[in-house]
Design a protein around this ligand. Structure first.
Ligand code: GLY
Length: 359
């Protein structure tokens, strides 16, 4: 197989799972005689309609761009459009777009006729390495993000990297922030891939990009296969996310790219692990910070404040965490790294250590 095209299988038992293909020109080659509907991010439709295969005639169900897609009203109108088009249980739904489109489209697939199969066609780096893999689907509620959803695995994921050519640089960096998180979970080789390939990745080199996505997807698939419904170990995928979600919430959702906040959250998680004396690799914070800067990402909360120019003060961040940290038992528990490839969930954290990191 060409280094510019790779396949990863996510196997979940009982014949369930996803075949994940990564490479150039994948969408154009897709032959879908039985695909009866295409749910597509409106912005992608405007920018890339020529990439959608001609066999995909109507119905095309357009979604609002970005997080605006993840609303009850959009879910309802999408389901009604599927019913209007007369889709039956044997038909498939293809979803083309970023993470929000995949979350909404996957949930529509989970609900329509109590579940039809779907193909995820992610168009952002972030969605290729995270949202399209693992079957988490959701809409947002007034009370918070992703509060209503289902685990519903796509049978196929097509990560067509040609879509990344029009991705704004900040969105590319956002994907690389999430990739850095995945590399910390995976351990040395993936982290080294990022370190040695940083410039090629920023320049959009197809081989480097394909290799990175494939390795991230392999890591995520292993984690998901061991705990599909997040009763335990899958939580490691949330490394850096408590800090990231707090920053996103304080900034106002949509103002800061998610993966950029994850990069800052990784720095904060390493700092917190240091305060708790659980960090076994003293070089890791410096090494991670160097990588973040090479990728044009913030290495911690202070750099996120500087880069964004936003007032992400400690009190506001701590208050925002109160809404995220959370319903289970009241105590503060974090996902933290002990070293590369040694990430643990459920680590108890005291307020004083947390305050030092937020300051
Ligand atoms: N994005 C985290 C997960 O899929 O579990």
């Amino acid at each position: 197989m060409s280094p510019e095209r790779q396949v990863v299988e996510l196997e979940l038992g009982h014949g369930r799972g996803s075949r994940i293909e990564i490479g150039r020109g994948l969408l154009g080659e897709l032959d879908l005689p039985d695909a009866a509907a295409l749910i597509v991010d409106g912005q992608v439709l405007a920018l890339h309609s020529e990439r959608l295969p001609p066999s995909w005639g109507p119905p095309r169900i357009g979604l609002p761009a970005g997080e605006d897609a993840k609303r009850w009203g959009v879910l309802g109108s999408t389901l009604e459009a599927l019913a209007e088009a007369g889709l039956d249980r044997g038909d498939r739904i293809a979803v083309v777009g970023g993470g929000a489109a995949c979350d909404l489209g996957g949930l529509a697939a989970a609900l329509y006729l109590r579940g039809v199969s779907w193909i995820a066609c992610p168009t952002t780096l972030l969605a290729m390495i995270d949202a399209s893999v693992g079957g988490k689907t959701a809409v947002d509620l007034g009370q918070g993000k992703n509060l209503a959803g289902a685990f519903w695995q796509p049978g196929q994921v097509l990560a067509d990297i040609d879509f990344l050519a029009t991705l704004p640089p900040e969105e590319l960096r956002s994907g690389l922030g999430e990739a850095t998180k995945t590399a910390m979970i995976a351990g040395g080789p993936l982290f080294q891939l990022l370190e040695s390939g940083a410039q090629a990745l920023l320049a959009g080199d197809p081989a480097a990009t394909t290799a990175l996505i494939a390795e991230c997807v392999r890591t995520k698939s292993e984690v998901v296969a061991s705990d599909e419904f997040e009763s335990g170990g899958r939580a490691v995928l949330n490394l850096g996310h408590t800090f990231a979600h707090a920053a996103e919430r304080v900034a106002g959702f949509g103002r800061l790219p998610h993966g950029v906040c994850v990069a800052a959250g990784l720095g904060a998680a390493l700092e917190l692990a240091g305060h708790l004396w659980i960090l076994e690799d003293a070089d890791l914070p410096g090494r991670t910070a160097r990588l973040a800067r090479e990728l044009g990402l913030p290495a911690g909360l202070r750099e996120l404040r500087e880069m964004s120019g936003l007032d992400l003060n400690a009190e506001a961040l701590r208050a925002a965490m109160g809404q995220d940290k959370k319903r289970r038992g009241g105590g503060l528990r974090f996902v933290l790294p002990r070293g590369l490839g040694r990430v643990e969930h459920g680590i108890e954290v005291d307020e004083r250590s947390l305050a030092q990191v937020l300051a």
